[in-house]
Design a protein. Sequence first.
Length: 288
Amino acid sequence: MTNKIVLITGATSGIGMQTAISLASLGATVVVTGRNRQNGEDAIKEIKAISKNNNIELILADVSTIAGIEGLVTEFKSKYSHLDVLINNAGLAANEFKTTEDGFEANFAVNVVAPYVLTTLLLETLKASKKPRVITLTGGDLPSKIQLDNLQSEKSFNGLSTYSQTKIAMMCLMYEYAQKLKKSNITINICYPGQASTRMTQNVTASMLPLLIRPMFPLFKMLVRPDNGKSAKKASRSSVYLATSKEVENITGVYCDKNVHLKAMPEVVTIDYNRKYIWEKVVGLVNG
Ligand SMILES: NC(=O)c1ccc[n+]([C@@H]2O[C@H](COP(=O)([O-])OP(=O)(O)OC[C@H]3O[C@@H](n4cnc5c(N)ncnc54)[C@H](OP(=O)(O)O)[C@@H]3O)[C@@H](O)[C@H]2O)c1
């Protein structure tokens, strides 16, 4: 990965930070983003020390707002003329219904709108590389149906089910993006990291689980107890594979599972109506 430039959102902790360490260890220049300066500076120090690579940079940005993403892109473009790999890693599992300053439901803003806006604003910068790759992280336990009439919890908000709905919506959107860019040099793929002990999973509350599995909450808590980044490291494998492997250099629109096996997208994602509906919806919302 020497001479490659990688941008990873939400890489100041959890899976994103472990991905940054792996890619930096392979020689890439890695730009990590997060919202909090102290967390960010601590993360940069650790990534540099472990990877023995000093080409690591922090850009502070909140990807839950379009203004935040625009600021991130402006700063990135002021320093770099091209981008080899964009990893849309930042994700949100909100524990209650909230809206962002753009008026979007918060899960929808971070998990769906942000990957689309960031990829779009960086398209020319990506195209300036030889074989640019865009990778976006999805969740587990994905629903087999998408609630097109509840994309922003207009009807109901249901903790982790809402999170999963936004992840499947993101997959429809990015799969459609992959189809639209098939003739370009950019590949767009999705990966599932598997469950890891991170801030996101440690912040899950019992009320976010579906009623039926709520009694399993203590077991869930045990599974995500702090482990010094061990499970997050394992969970970074699918992102690292999609970012580095020669095998996927020319492959677009695929799903990489937690065991780093390439799979077809789930059926719900490939249904033309779903992908086109979500594409139109998101483009319409973003362009006002
Ligand atoms: N952990 C799992 O078990 C699991 C399972 C399936 C999928 N995933 C997916 O994997 C990805 C990474 O998850 P994780 O568990 O590693 O999360 P995490 O530990 O909670 O990572 C959070 C990172 O994202 C940043 N961040 C959070 N909100 C942000 C925002 N609005 N704007 C910019 N940066 C933001 C945080 O920094 P600041 O707080 O400083 O902003 C931090 O760097 C997510 O897309 C998640 O959905 C995780």
